[in-house]
Ligand binder design. Structure first.
Ligand SMILES: [Zn+2]
Ligand SMILES: [Zn+2]
Length: 351
């Protein structure tokens, strides 16, 4: 598998971000990202201007962020050519994006907002809907805003990455439940705007610069490496198909780069001669199931089955044995902080 590491949910000057697309691309290349997924509010203008595609070795995908009439139910829509009309319900935009062959991510689903009036909250409210491809289980900006008080705002501004505590339990539980019924990928989003702000109404500061964001929550996407066998880069259109497929089926994981480079992390499941990776299903036959985790750095690996912690082990290569069907995923901690979230491996009954 080829691993592509990048950043999802990026705003630019085309909406309420503070840098232009080429400036942001330069920053991403400087910090060594493989892909960027831009999603400005209400506009696909950067796509029309030709920014989607390869930029050197960096892949750029351009979608846009949709919301309903009350500015809730934010949805990141990719792989579409034209914006939808602005007055649709979430049911309508999720359905239409799917019908048009698009790819959609539920953004900051359980956002709670902060006590500071400047930030309001934009949760996803409509869970009866089907047809979305992914859920943004970890949103950096949402998490940063939450718990922000007048007292701690200076510390949070000076140490934006240190305040990250991981995805919300309610979101993880919801995601595990949905995966019992159908596969939905979990991704990490930045929601980067790099907003200019006046601290105590006097001192100008920038909330999370683009470069700082790109060095924290990353999504690592595993795609079939046959496209990358030659020395030249494969056609963007071919990579795009595989890339969206990997994200929606959960062939990806999320990491916080501030705790270490998570490239080459792998979560596998083995039963008899059968071996599957994160995002795949394993049909349970006779005999034991073994889960294996390979880490680039030592960490504490916690194995969850149907949202319940089953076991934890420390090391660089750890294994767990299990017998029952269920939705299995791992969380890895370093320095007692959340570092990696795998997507699930679904162990299904042989019926
Ligand atoms: Zn949003
Ligand atoms: Zn956004």
């Amino acid at each position: 598998m080829k691993e592509l590491t990048g950043a999802i949910h990026i705003h630019t000057k085309f909406s309420d971000g503070t840098k232009d697309v080429p400036e942001i691309i330069d920053i991403a290349r400087e910090v060594g990202l493989d892909f960027l997924m831009f999603s400005d509010h209400h506009t696909l203008e950067p796509k029309r201007l030709g920014f989607e595609g390869w930029h050197g070795n960096l892949l750029v995908f351009i979608g846009y962020e949709i919301n309903d009439k009350d500015d809730n139910n934010h949805y990141l829509a990719f792989n579409i050519e034209k914006e939808l009309n602005n007055h649709l319900t979430p049911e309508e935009y999720v359905r239409i994006i799917k019908e048009k062959g698009g790819f959609g991510i539920i953004a900051h689903p359980d956002e709670q907002g902060s006590k500071i009036e400047r930030f309001r909250t934009f949760p996803w409210k409509n869970w009866e809907i089907n047809g979305y491809s992914c859920i943004e289980i970890w949103n950096q900006m949402s998490e940063w805003k939450e718990g922000l008080t007048k007292r701690n705002q200076l510390w949070k501004l000076l140490h934006p990455r240190k305040s990250l505590k991981g995805p919300k339990q309610i979101t993880l539980k919801r995601w595990d439940e949905i995966n019992k019924i159908r596969k939905v990928g979990g991704i990490g989003g930045l929601d980067v705007h790099a907003v200019h702000y006046r601290l105590f109404k006097i001192f100008p500061v920038i909330i999370y610069r683009y470069k700082v964001h790109f060095k924290s929550i990353r999504t690592h996407v595993l795609i079939d490496d046959s496209l990358f066998k030659n020395n030249s880069l494969p056609a963007f259109e071919k990579v795009k198909v595989k890339f969206y497929h990997s994200l929606s089926s959960g062939r990806c994981f999320i990491s916080n780069f501030a705790l270490g480079d998570a490239r080459n992390f792998r979560f596998l499941c083995e039963s008899g001669n059968n071996i599957v990776e994160t995002g795949e299903d394993l049909i349970k036959n006779e005999g034991r199931i073994k889960f294996h985790c390979n880490l680039p750095l030592k960490g504490e690996v916690r194995l969850f089955k149907d949202s319940v912690l089953k076991d934890k082990k420390r090391g660089k290569e750890v294994s767990f044995s299990c017998d029952e069907p269920g939705i299995y995923r791992v969380e890895v901690y370093r320095k007692r902080k959340p570092w990696i979230y795998s997507n699930p491996i679904r162990v299904l009954k042989n019926e």
